[in-house]
Each structure stands twice: as structure tokens, then as C-alpha cells.
Design a binder for this molecule. Structure first.
Ligand code: GAL
Length: 668
């Protein structure tokens, strides 16, 4: 059913700069597929704008995103609005042929806002107020700040909603970034109590649901409930999980308010720029109010700052980024955007915010963009146009240096634009169907943060390990939300670590005619964070009970009889399910009943590659017979096979050599 690809042809090579207007291609309903850049007209003398716009077009850029931090210039004092500069900026950029993405400025409330709403500032877990002087200094739950956001968004939407140069909206900027989803403020407490009252109706129901009889935690009214911080020892995990759900709902509500206003006055698509590895709100829920899921891709920053990896891995991919981290998020945000997604910010050179900030290998600014298009991105916007010599991000590269001379990424962006212009179908193809689906569930990330049971049990880390193994086997992967009700397109479905299987997913698994792999820890909790009885995993067609679990400290592994090992987590199981794999000591770790498989442990990469390889073969999926070399990755679009070399040395694929940072594509 999924056939291997034909042998490679010639490497497609692009021309230089100057691809101009042809560099993007119209996709759905006038949508331009192509490149763009993030630009801050308010940072530069107005006399520069036209020349900047001309140079953007000369490099082949089609999109420009502006405005998302400009509240202090739009409304210098409460109610005193200054639209003139933004009118002229949009006109200048649009007249040059750029399509404008306008951000709502709500991630940066100006200083006067705090005089009006001193209690809108968020508080950290210790209850300390987080101050003014950077950005994201607001509490999602604060009603006064929400009203201010509604007001400014309404004004923007009325003024620009049908502007001919406006192509899309962006709400706010990177919800949750800088650890801002959770706030432990008075505003959050008041809103949490209201949220609990709506969810549980009466305190007795809450007491029962949470098991508050334990340690005499029962309450007589919702006003007696606090936030789950500053307790003497750990709070009730049900209380902690409820707070996580509440905080996620606050982000969704905050975004929904803006999206609803924009839609009243504008027919342009609405996007948000999500971040990498932020799991503390439900992106699928926010995505339902958007037309496009954007995300901000900083491969070198991420490798340095938010990935578990050996020192050898960090050194090897220092200038290229992890070979799977971006791809994972491309697939994730394709799901969040229900097919429509962008890279709203793309790293162009060294950033300023990671512990170490190396420069990308020549060619990587091109490779990252092609990896995104090969995953179906509609647009890739580099962050930012010109490096700002002032303030927090003065050490962050752009496409131009602070003196306006080209930085190295400008020519690479122009090359991608020229390549798209030469063969528009290349970037416009969209995503090809994948033979494997991987469920991603934000609520499971919260559940296992609330109750890791072992310091190394991190949900993202677990799911990402499965993703990496699938990609090393050369596959396209679809990521699914946890309430997916139809699994029939995927011969193999994986749902590791999903704390509570939703009713639709459970029913879909029961109906599924392909194979499924669940565990470890799948379906191990009720929705109220208790152990279900009958005991987990309670999966259709699988006679299996997890009788107890153990977590293992770093360095403790159990070898598998057939190779590889398990680490971090081991479940002791009972039941009549067929044992497919055991540890060398004889503990069952892979069990089966019909097409349903359960992993009772956390396999290392070697074990995962082997186990997934045999499941893929059993599911009739043509995976590679051996994993790809370390750093080589493949991706299929409907019409092409792409290969990417993330390694620092040349690598060969089907007799062809890819230099470091090399990208090749062949018709399929
Ligand atoms: C992003 C953010 C941008 C900029 C960039 C720097 O997280 O959205 O505004 O700060 O990082 O890398």
C-alpha cells in the first residue's frame, strides 16, 4: 500500500536573488505560498520603509508580519489613538507588493495600562508579582485587561479588517511563552473559583470527584478553595489538574474573544504564532478558533534549550538543530490548524535567548524553509528583517545586519524564493497522507507533570521518542488530536502515555481495523486524576491489567531479550494477552490482543526502532529496512520525495551525496 520511492534524479538547484513577484504561488482561495519576514516599522525611520519593502520584494518575499508589539505607538495614552504611522506602513508595504499580516498588540500592554489595572499583572508560583519591563505581563483571567484587549482589537479590526493589503491576522504573540500560561494571582484565583463552580455545581460534588476526604481536605464552598501552590506538601493531584485545565481554558477564552471580534469586521484568515514545546495549554482548543496555526521555529535555540539530548548529539547538531524537532512541530501544527499552518517566525542566524547561540551552518536557513514546505506549510516568515541594535534582542540576527547590509540568511531566503519561482508546484504540494498516526494530548502533559511518579517521565519526551523513531524509518507521520473519532486512514496508530482515553478515541480504537500501539501509561487515570477500577489499561480486545508500576532512575535499564532495552518506566502486568516481547529477566513488555498492542515500559531508541519496524511490516507499511543515517531525513509530498541532511558531514542516499545542509528532491 505504501510503496518505496523511485530512485533519485538530479538535485534541483535554484538561482540567486531577485526572484521577485513570481516567487510565490497562489494556493487555496488566493492564498500565496511562499516566504515572508517579520518587520517592525515602528523601530525604523519612516524614510527607510519604502527601501526596505523594495528589498524584501527583490529577495522574493511575499509576506510581511507587522504590528504585534506596537500598542504604545498605536495608543500612546489611554484613548489617544495614532493610526497615521500604521496606515502609512501598511500602504508602503502593500504598494510594494507585500501581503500584510497584522498582529494584535495584546502581548505588550503599554505602561499606562498598569496604572489603570494594577492587578492585571501575573504572579509566579511563589505568589510574586511579575513586573513591567519586558512583555507578556498580563493575566489571561483578568476581566479588565480582557476588556482593554477587546477594545483595541475592535478598533484595529474596524480600521483594517477589509483593507486591500491586509492578508491575515495574528492574535497576540506566542501564548504561554516565558512561562505565562499559569498565573497564581488574585485574578486567577477568583476566575478559578468561578470555573470550579461551573464544572462541579456544588462543593460536595467537587469533594467527591477529587477525593477530598483524604487528609480532611473537604471544603464547604467554592470560596474555600485556593490555588494549588504554597501548600505544605504536594496538593491533591485532582486539584492541580483542575487548575491546569482552568489555565488552559483561560488562554482559549482570551484568544476566542479576539477571534470573534476580528471575524465581525474582517473576512481575512486568523492565525496565532505558537511556540515549540509549550504544552501547558491545549493548542487544539485554541486552534479551533483560528484559520491557520502558525508556529515559531528556532532550531538552534531549541536544541540548546528545550530538548533532552546527549552532549554528543548537541555537538553534532549544534549548527543545524535537531533533525526531528522542527518536523514534529510542523506535523503538530498541521493538526492544530486542521491542515492550514505556517512557520510565522523562522530563525535566520544566531538568536539571543538560548544558553549558547551558535550560527547556523551555511544552507540551514534554506533547509529549514524547505522542510516546512515539504510538511505542507503555506508560508515561512523569517524573524526578523533587520537586526535591531537596541533593547532586548540586539544580539538576535535578522536578514539584514543593523547597518542594513545583508546578513547571510538573506541570500538563502532569496534562493528558496527563486527555487519556488522556478517550480511553483514544489512548495504548493501540501502534505501527503501519512501511513502512521501519533496521538498528541496536552492534558496528558499536565497529568504527568502533576504526577510524574518518576522524575524522567515527561509526556512530550515520550511522544517525541516515538516520533523520532518513525522518522528514522523514513516515514511521514500525521499527528492527531486526542478526540479523533476516525482512525481508518492509518494502518498504524500510536497513543503512548495518553492519561485518559477520550470516549471518541476509545470507540475509534475498538473499531480500528489496522494496528494500534498504546502504553506505557495509556488510560491510566480517570478524568479526575484517580486510578480507574477496573484497573488500566482497559483496552478493547486486550486482556491485560497493569497491577503495579515502577519508575527507574537514570542509568537503570532492563535489556530486552531481542535487543535494545527499556528505561525510566516499567509496568508489571497480568492477564491472558499474548506476550510479544520480554526483558531478559522475563518481564513482559510488549503485549498483544488482535491488532491492539500495549507497551508496558518505555523503550530506548534501539528497542523502539525494532518494535515499530515489525509493527509497520505487520501493518503493510513500506518502511525502510534499516534506520536512516544519523542526520538524514526524508519527507514525501504528493509529488516529490525530499531528502534533508542535518549532519555536519556529507551523507549518501540511494547513491547520491548530500552535502551538510543539503536538500534534494525527486519526483515520486
Ligand atoms: C519569539 C518571539 C519574537 C522574538 C523571537 C526571538 O519567541 O515571538 O517576538 O522575541 O522569539 O527569537
Amino acid at each position: 500500500m505504501h510503496r518505496p520511492d523511485p530512485p533519485p534524479g538530479r538535485e534541483a538547484r535554484g538561482g540567486g536573488a531577485g526572484a521577485g513577484a513570481g516567487a510565490a504561488r497562489r494556493g487555496r482561495a488566493g492564498m500565496i505560498r511562499g516566504l515572508g519576514v517579520c518587520y517592525y516599522p515602528e523601530h525604523w525611520p519612516e524614510a527607510l520603509w519604502a527601501e526596505d519593502a523594495r528589498r524584501m520584494r527583490a529577495a522574493g518575499l511575499s509576506w510581511v508580519r507587522i504590528g504585534e508589539f506596537a500598542w504604545s505607538r498605536l495608543e500612546p495614552a489611554p484613548g489617544a489613538l495614532d493610526w497615521g504611522w500604521l496606515d502609512r506602513a501598511i500602504d508602503t508595504l502593500g504598494a510594494a507588493g507585500l501581503r500584510v499580516v497584522l498582529g494584535t498588540p495584546t502581548a505588550t500592554p503599554p505602561r499606562w495600562m498598569l496604572t489603570r489595572h494594577p492587578d492585571m499583572l501575573p504572579a509566579d508560583r511563589e505568589g510574586r508579582v511579575r513586573g513591567f519591563g519586558s512583555r507578556r505581563h498580563y493575566d489571561f483571567a483578568h476581566p479588565g485587561y480582557r476588556a482593554e484587549c477587546a477594545r483595541i482589537v475592535e478598533l484595529l479590526a474596524r480600521r483594517y479588517g477589509r483593507h486591500p493589503y491586509l492578508a491575515a491576522w495574528q492574535t497576540d504573540n506566542e501564548y504561554g511563552c516565558h512561562d505565562t500560561t499559569l498565573s497564581w494571582s488574585a485574578a486567577a484565583l477568583a476566575a478559578f473559583r468561578d470555573w470550579l463552580a461551573r464544572r462541579y455545581q456544588n462543593p460536595q460534588a467537587l469533594n467527591r470527584a477529587w477525593g477530598n476526604v483524604f487528609w480532611s481536605m473537604e471544603v464547604a464552598g467554592f470560596e474555600e478553595i485556593g490555588l494549588p501552590n504554597l501548600t505544605v506538601t504536594e496538593p491533591n493531584p485532582a486539584h492541580a489538574l483542575a487548575f491546569r485545565r482552568f489555565a488552559s481554558d483561560m488562554v482559549t477564552e482570551f484568544n476566542r474573544l479576539q477571534a470573534a471580534i476580528l471575524r465581525r469586521h474582517s473576512d481575512r484568515p486568523i492565525a496565532h504564532n505558537f511556540m515549540g514545546r509549550i504544552t501547558d495549554f491545549d493548542h487544539f482548543a485554541v486552534g479551533r478558533d483560528l484559520d491557520i496555526a502558525g508556529w515559531d521555529s528556532y532550531p538552534l535555540g531549541f536544541l540548546s534549550d528545550r530538548l533532552e539530548a546527549t552532549e554528543a548529539h548537541r555537538r553534532r547538531f549544534l549548527r543545524q538543530g535537531d533533525p526531528d524537532f522542527q518536523a514534529f512541530h510542523h506535523d503538530l501544527y498541521r493538526a492544530v490548524g486542521r491542515g492550514r499552518w505556517w512557520v510565522m517566525e523562522q530563525q535566520p542566524g544566531p538568536v539571543n535567548w538560548a544558553p549558547w547561540n551558535p550560527a547556523p551552518l551555511p544552507g540551514m536557513a534554506r533547509l529549514w524553509a524547505w522542510e516546512a514546505f515539504a510538511h505542507g506549510a503555506e508560508a515561512v516568515l523569517y524573524f526578523r528583517w533587520r537586526q535591531a541594535p537596541f533593547a532586548q534582542e540586539q544580539m538576535h540576527a535578522g536578514l539584514l545586519r543593523p547597518d542594513s547590509a545583508p546578513a547571510p540568511a538573506l541570500a538563502e531566503a532569496a534562493q528558496v524564493a527563486a527555487e519556488i519561482a522556478a517550480d511553483p508546484a514544489l512548495a504548493a504540494a501540501g502534505a501527503a497522507p501519512a501511513p502512521v498516526a501519533l496521538v498528541f494530548d496536552y492534558a496528558s502533559a499536565w497529568a504527568w507533570e502533576v504526577e510524574p511518579q518518576g522524575r524522567d517521565f515527561d509526556y512530550f519526551r515520550l511522544v517525541f521518542a516515538f516520533y523520532r523513531a518513525l522518522r528514522r524509518l523514513g516515514l511521514n507521520i500525521d499527528i492527531l488530536p486526542p478526540d479523533t473519532a476516525d482512525l481508518s486512514p492509518w494502518p498504524l496508530v500510536l497513543a503512548p502515555g495518553v492519561a485518559t482515553l477520550s470516549a471518541p478515541l476509545k470507540a475509534a480504537l475498538a473499531r480500528h481495523r489496522g494496528l494500534a500501539l498504546l502504553g506505557p501509561r495509556t488510560n491510566a487515570k480517570t478524568a479526575e486524576m484517580a486510578i480507574p477500577v477496573p484497573l488500566p489499561p482497559a483496552l478493547p480486545g486486550l486482556d491485560l491489567v497493569v497491577a503495579r508500576v515502577e519508575s527507574l532512575p537514570p542509568g537503570v535499564t532492563h535489556a530486552l531479550a531481542r535487543g535494545g532495552a527499556v528505561a525510566h518506566w516499567l509496568e508489571h502486568v497480568e492477564g491472558a494477552a499474548e506476550v510479544v516481547e520480554r526483558t531478559a529477566e522475563g518481564w513482559p513488555v510488549l503485549l498483544r490482543g488482535g491488532g491492539m498492542h500495549y507497551l508496558a515500559a518505555w523503550p530506548d531508541e534501539a528497542a523502539l526502532l525494532r518494535i515499530l519496524g515489525s509493527l509497520l511490516a505487520a501493518a503493510g507499511v513500506a518502511a525502510l529496512p534499516a534506520p536512516l543515517p544519523d542526520g538524514l531525513r526524508l519527507r514525501r509530498t504528493p509529488a516529490h520525495l525530499f531528502a534533508f541532511n542535518y549532519a555536519p558531514e556529507p551523507l549518501s542516499w540511494q547513491g547520491e551525496t548530500l552535502p551538510p545542509a543539503g536538500v534534494r528532491w525527486w519526483p515520486r
